[in-house]
Design a protein around this ligand. Structure first.
Ligand code: HSE
Length: 337
């Protein structure tokens, strides 16, 4: 399986590490992933025999670019040219989320489909803005489009709902979908830490978006709400349909006050007849009341009733594991190595 890796930030670099440490097991699954190009905003590293990923990771140290890769680096080679000209089966798209116009990820995905390449992504922006159109373009070009890393980090929330609940009708989805805000609110509640200090820690640990206002103002959760509404519930929802309120204005006193009353403030995303994102003080005994960067999602179905899935919702290796899961899924659906 020849892969073009577009975007070499927290998730892209984590995937490079994961492919190295899992090499033997992957061969056991009948998959031999070969990254033939890595692209970042400074250029690309291209090698049809397989880019040396350790050297690519070393080139990124201290704010560098893969264009400085000793053998394969090429400055001025951009993602669209690589996608169109380098032979590969799959494009893994992990550039930062942008919810204004979805770029550059949206253009990368469209170019990949038109070039007959499958796409695996953890980039939420293009999906929140254009999921139905992207699915249509992928189908038109007879390629696959997998995006389980866009919701729940490493936790298979989309797969759970689509597969396990496929025989039932999901009436409502509600949950914590953003690890960064849950981490910040938890720090404020348990340690009385200030908002800014907790956010700085979340960014340093690689949980927050490249633009952390997406997390704290609720837009990251809103993107996930839109992806789930479209893909799981078949609702043609866009970001404009979601009533969004984040946690920026919440004080440590407010969080501690709720805590004294046996409640925790959580940023909840919710979809039924309407879609919303808002901070809510929930009972500490509520199954959705999870700690740290965990995500927790409750599916309320017509016959199965309520089911809750909980797992790690943010972090580079966690999200990279979802990308790898999608690559394995792709292998299962196609016949090559
Ligand atoms: N910034 C996101 C979060 C990453 O904190 O949940 C995972 O989508």
């Amino acid at each position: 399986m020849r892969i073009i890796l577009v975007g070499f930030g927290v998730v892209g670099q984590s995937l490079a590490r994961l492919l190295s440490v899992r090499k033997r097991e992957l061969l056991g699954y009948g998959i031999n992933p070969r990254v033939v190009a890595v692209v970042d905003s400074g250029g690309a590293a291209v090698d049809p025999k397989g880019v040396d990923l350790d050297a690519a990771l070393a080139a990124k140290k201290g704010g560098g670019t893969v264009a400085d890769h000793p053998r394969a680096g090429q400055a001025k080679l951009d993602a669209l040219r690589v996608i169109r000209s380098v032979e590969a089966e799959v494009v893994v798209e992990t550039t930062p989320t942008n919810i204004r116009d979805g770029e550059p990820g949206l253009g990368h995905m469209e170019a990949s489909f038109r070039a007959g390449k499958h796409v695996v992504t953890a980039n939420k922006g293009p999906l929140a803005l254009a999921l139905p159109a992207l699915n249509e373009l992928a189908a038109h070009n007879k390629v696959e489009f997998f995006f389980s890393g866009t919701v729940g980090g490493g936790t298979p929330i989309l797969h759970f709902a689509k597969r396990c609940l496929s025989s039932d009708r999901i009436l409502k989805i509600e949950g914590i979908l953003n690890g960064t805000t849950n981490f910040i609110l938890g720090r404020m509640e348990s340690q009385g830490e200030g908002f800014d200090a907790a956010l700085a820690e979340a960014s340093e640990k690689g949980y927050a978006e490249a633009d952390p206002s997406l997390d704290i103002d609720g837009w990251d959760t809103a993107c996930k709400v839109v992806i789930m509404a479209n893909w799981i519930m078949g609702k043609e929802t866009t970001l404009a349909d979601v009533d969004v309120k984040g946690i920026r204005g919440i004080s440590t006193e407010e969080v501690r006050g709720a805590s004294r009353a046996g409640r925790s403030v959580k940023l909840l995303g919710s979809i039924d007849d309407t879609a919303s994102v808002r901070p809510v003080a929930i009972e500490r005994t509520d199954p959705l009341c999870v700690q740290g960067t965990l995500n927790a999602v409750k599916f309320s179905s017509e016959f199965a009733g309520d089911e809750v899935i909980i797992g790690k919702g943010a972090g580079g290796m966690e999200t990279a594991s979802a990308v790898l899961r999608d690559l394995l899924e792709l292998k299962r659906s196609r016949a090559w190595k």
